[in-house]
Design a protein around this ligand. Sequence first.
Ligand code: ATP
Ligand code: MG
Length: 438
Amino acid sequence: MRRSRYFLPTLRENPAEAQIVSHRLMLRAGMIRQSSAGIYSWLPLGHRVLRKIEQVVREEMDAAGCQEILMPAIQPAELWEESGRYHDYGKEMLRITDRHERPMLFGPTHEEVVTDIFRNSVRSYRDLPQNLYQIQWKFRDELRPRFGIMRGREFYMKDNYSFDLDHAGAVRSYNKMFVAYLRTFARLGLTSIPMQAESGAIGGDYSHEFIVLADTGESAVYCDRAWLDTDPLALGIDYEADLQPVVDEWTRLYAATDDKHDPAACPVPEDALYQGRGIEVGHIFYFGTKYSKAMGATVNDPDGAEVAVEMGSYGIGVSRLAGAIIEASHDEAGIIWPEVAAPFGVGLINLRAGDAACDQACEALYERLVESGVEVLYDDRDERAGVKFAEMELIGLPWQVAIGPRGVKAGTAELKARAGGEAEALSFESVAARLIEG
Ligand code: ATP
Ligand code: MG
């Protein structure tokens, strides 16, 4: 992509309305714009990031055996009358009336819709287990939307729903999601810590919130410092195997949000206890037959008896993750994208646009990289070098390549990693080779 043609409305000044760094940087880097309170447009740079994050989430869901669907955003109120949640849900639900005066709503979550699909389609235990997911915009009329897309009213969520014949099956489904979540956040460069959460109907250990540590997080968290050195990607995972030992291993270390943490009962000595704040990026929940009983989602078991299916639901805040990654990875100058979520892999800077030799060298490298599948933002504008460097730092692409008159004479370009380190002068050939090999 040529910068001269790219829609990238960056801001020099910090916007007054932004209280936390991710919100400031997303506005300044031209990723998002507010439309109304808690409702945002995603501009090209932000949209690319959203798509990258979504793709990682999708790959990990698919790997864990889930199947992607897409349910309607607008739902009929009747389904929520059936589950008993229509009145309980309160003002967070955006209620709509259609032209026939039928009560509808903009989905804040999809347990009812998916249970309705299930009960109309599945009759036998032989068709279980099932696990269906979608990635879709939700609406919750939050009392205090804040921190940009971190707590929006409209936000992008991956939600999925598991259906099993019995408790043991439901625990297997829960464990798969537990592991898939650890892997998803780790692939996005985040240390996420599963914390036991309010478990509601079922009791037991079947609700975890996945929290990414960040000073600006809304939740106060306490955990064993050993969490900070863990790497879920080091494990080879076989989703067909029994994952209970893995889950046990990953719940062995202490971790709790402030509503669960009791200093008097905390098993971790003070010097080994990390106290900080965190951002909830995901939540997994096993609730048994709560919806299946209320809505009549039953199957015949092997003995021919009709039983309500055991269900769980699992959410990831896909749009919130964009902010969480920035909270975890930035410096004074701007965002530092991990490769996997970066809107482009490389920013190519022409230090003297209009100079025939510089233009030619840049164009040649740009074409070569693009042909090899590298995503490049090429700053071909007639602007001062300082302006271009500052913008590249702000938008945080993992690699910067700068080509100027001196380099062209010497046959070299300057390659620099956004995450740190000195710029290196390398031949055009070596720069291309490094970036193409990745
Ligand atoms: P919170 O306690 O933050 O309100 P929640 O318990 O309401 O979260 P869930 O219903 O479990 O959240 O939704 C799944 C995920 O969706 C959350 O873990 C979070 O990452 C994301 N999410 C929830 N509400 C919002 C919001 N208002 N804006 C952005 N993301 C959200
Ligand atoms: Mg909420």
